[in-house]
Design a protein around this ligand. Structure first.
Ligand SMILES: [Zn+2]
Ligand SMILES: [Zn+2]
Length: 165
C-alpha cells in the first residue's frame, strides 16, 4: 500500500475543491504541524489548528481560481484563505515565505483522514512531525495531549523556544 500519491479535500459547501500531489521537492507524506495561537484558534474556531505544509505547485487547481475563494490578511503579509460561501478555513500563507502553503487538515476529505488503508493515511497526516507552535497556550491535560514534532512555546524567526527535547 503505502501513502497515496494524491490526496483530495475541499470546503464544506464543495465549491472549493483541491488535490495535493506528491512532489520530489518536499517531503511526502507532507510535513504535519499544529498551532495553538489565538489567531489560529479564532480563525478555525478550533483549539488546535493542524495543517500540512505543501508547495503551491502541489495544489491543483490553484485555490485563487475558485470563485468563492478569498483571503483575509490577518497580519501584514500573512494571508488566510477561506471559502466565502460556507466560511471554511482552508489555508495560511505568508508573502515572506511564498514557497509553502499551510493547508488546514480538517479540509482533507474523510476518505484520507479516516478510511484509507485502515486509518494509516490519516495517522500519517495528523500526527505532528513538524512543529507544534504556541504550546504556551495549551490547555493542560487537554490540548497538550497531541504529541509529536518539535514543541515551541511561541513562534518567531530565530527566537523559537523549544519546550522539550
Ligand atoms: Zn465552501
Ligand atoms: Zn497560529
Amino acid at each position: 500500500m503505502g501513502f497515496p500519491d494524491v490526496i483530495t479535500g475541499g470546503c464544506l459547501c464543495g465549491s472549493v475543491r483541491y488535490s495535493i500531489s506528491a512532489s520530489s521537492e518536499t517531503p511526502w507524506p507532507p510535513q504535519s504541524s499544529a498551532c495553538q495561537c489565538t489567531m489560529c484558534r479564532k480563525w478555525t474556531s478550533s483549539l488546535i489548528a493542524q495543517f500540512i505544509i505543501v508547495l503551491p505547485d502541489q495544489l491543483e487547481p490553484p485555490l485563487h481560481t475558485h470563485e468563492t475563494y478569498d483571503e483575509y490578511e490577518s497580519s501584514p503579509g500573512r494571508y488566510r484563505g477561506f471559502c466565502k460561501r460556507c466560511g471554511t478555513s482552508l489555508v495560511w500563507r505568508s508573502t515572506d515565505d511564498s514557497s509553502t502553503v499551510d493547508v488546514f487538515l480538517g479540509t482533507v476529505d474523510e476518505r484520507w483522514l479516516v478510511h484509507e488503508d485502515g486509518g494509516k493515511v490519516g495517522q500519517e497526516l495528523a500526527r505532528p512531525n513538524g512543529t507544534q507552535f504556541w504550546m504556551e497556550n495549551a490547555i493542560p491535560g487537554v490540548t497538550d495531549l497531541l504529541k509529536g514534532g518539535k514543541e515551541f512555546l511561541k513562534e518567531g524567526e530565530d527566537g523559537w523556544e523549544r519546550k522539550r527535547e
